[in-house]
Design a protein around this ligand. Structure first.
Ligand code: UDX
Length: 428
């Protein structure tokens, strides 16, 4: 497994747990040393136990010496990052040298599996790169995108909704299939297709989710103007099996390391191939405007201006059950509040350490209750379960003004009213 980022560690540990013999490689020695010492650099429920169990059992190792692990490997999986570079394009500057290393060291017959999210055509181009580096050596190549959600990545790996394998030969498909045989035997559908289709499936999946969310968020705006209620609306939508009930929660916009980056990259691809997607462009555009709409909501709730107001912010991460702040709408909202001279105090169950390096002029509270103490308004920005289960009476006793702006619709407006709060939420 090349790359001990999010996907590499989770996938490596899970494959080891299925009984495979896995070495996770990275050029970053510090990360490898950490992992060898049992420190997992990411927050992911279930992962520390899985890593510990499989390293102890001798099926999972961490190494920076590629020349130890690549020769003799039947299968080399690439899970290096492909962040957004200029104008939304996927940045391939990590995967290209990684492939050179693999090509240099691999034994004949190795199957290279691209797990990283890469634009259509990349895996075929990587195959040419390998063939040019080792013209004498036969190898196989496949595309095997991941669909892991942060916060439930281990479960998503072990109980996937589908497995996607792109290849050019039956042999490459069969080798990758073997990896997932227990899931396939357990009924998980597997799609075997060509390289390009597999690459595109990943982007189309994330873009479809993004479209769903931007649509719902727009409908929430319409509900606000029209006197309708987004929660009932999405509940009814979700009961139509053609729509499905998941991914219909209105909120401050989608964030994270995948949806924003993959929608941008897919848009680029569609433009490049001469079939530009207007739907994906619109989903990105709607999402880009989301934080300012949220900010407007907070400003209106606090009487038109946040200047000098003490705002308690609950939630920093882009969603619950992660410590990831990448593209978190909460950060955009907080920066705006600070820019408009609000006094901001924040609390998040997992994102505080990372936020300290990213946010100036905010006060970090030890828990939700000290965060809301003396606040003129409380803004809920992330749907952490503990924010949905606040002791409302206690909060009421601590705040200066009983005002809650809930951008995740965690509460029922009637309950809030009874508890004595002025309550603003999304699309209701
Ligand atoms: C996503 C995809 O779900 C996963 O399949 C892919 O492999 C990686 O990208 P992730 O980034 O972990 O996973 O987050 P996800 O749970 O999909 O949420 C993305 C964003 O959408 C978050 O900001 C979340 O708060 C938001 N969201 C999600 C909503 O606003 N409402 C919802 O109903 C669901």
């Amino acid at each position: 497994m090349v790359g001990v980022g999010y996907v590499g560690i989770v996938t490596g540990a899970c494959l080891a747990d299925l009984g495979h013999d896995v070495t996770c490689l990275d050029t970053d020695r510090r990360k490898i040393d950490q992992l060898r010492g049992g420190v997992i650099p990411i927050f992911e429920p279930g992962l520390p136990g899985l890593v510990h169990h499989n390293t102890t059992a001798g099926r999972l190792r961490f190494d920076y010496d590629y020349s130890e692990a690549i020769p003799g490997a039947e299968l080399v999986m690439l899970a290096v990052g492909t962040p957004t570079s200029d104008r939304g394009k996927a940045d391939l500057s990590s995967i290209l040298p990684a492939v050179d290393d693999v090509a240099r060291l691999m034994d004949p017959g190795t199957t290279i599996v691209v797990k990283s999210t890469v634009p259509v055509g990349t895996t075929a181009a990587l195959a040419i790169q390998v063939a040019e580096a080792r013209p004498d050596v036969a190898f196989e190549i496949a595309s095997n995108p991941e669909f892991l959600r942060q916060g439930s990545a281990v479960e998503d790996f072990m109980k996937p909704a589908r497995i996607v394998v792109g290849s050019r030969t039956a042999q490459a498909a069969a080798t990758v299939r073997e990896l997932y045989q227990p899931m396939i035997d357990g009924g998980t559908p597997a799609i075997f297709c060509n390289l390009e289709t597999a690459e595109l499936i990943k982007y189309a999946s994330n873009a479809f989710l993004a479209v769903k969310l931007s649509f719902v968020n727009e409908m929430a705006d319409v509900c606000e103007e029209a006197g309708a209620d987004i929660n009932y609306l999405t509940e009814a939508l979700g009961l139509d099996p053609r729509i499905g009930k998941h991914f219909l929660n209105a909120g401050p916009g989608f964030g994270g390391s995948c949806l924003p980056k993959d929608t941008q990259a897919l848009l680029q691809t569609t433009q490049l191939v001469g079939a530009p997607s207007r739907v994906v462009a619109a989903a990105i555009d709607v999402n880009a405007n989301r934080p300012s709409r949220m900010v407007n909501k907070i400003a209106m709730a606090t009487g038109g201006s946040v200047r000098g107001k003490r705002i308690a912010v609950l939630g920093l991460t882009f969603k619950a059950n992660t410590d990831d702040l990448r593209q978190s709408p909460a950060l955009a909202i907080i920066r705006w509040l600070i820019g408009h001279e609000a006094q901001v105090r924040v609390f998040d169950p997992a994102g505080m350490d990372k936020a300290a390096a990213l946010l100036d002029r905010v006060e970090f509270a030890a828990d939700a209750y000290s965060c809301v103490t003396d606040a003129d308004a409380v803004a809920i920005l992330t749907e952490w379960p503990e924010f949905a289960a606040l002791d409302l009476e206690r909060v009421r006793g601590l705040v200066a003004e009983p005002m809650i702006i809930d951008l995740r619709n965690l509460y029922d407006p009637a309950t809030m009213k009874r508890a004595g709060f002025t309550y603003h939420s999304i699309g209701r």
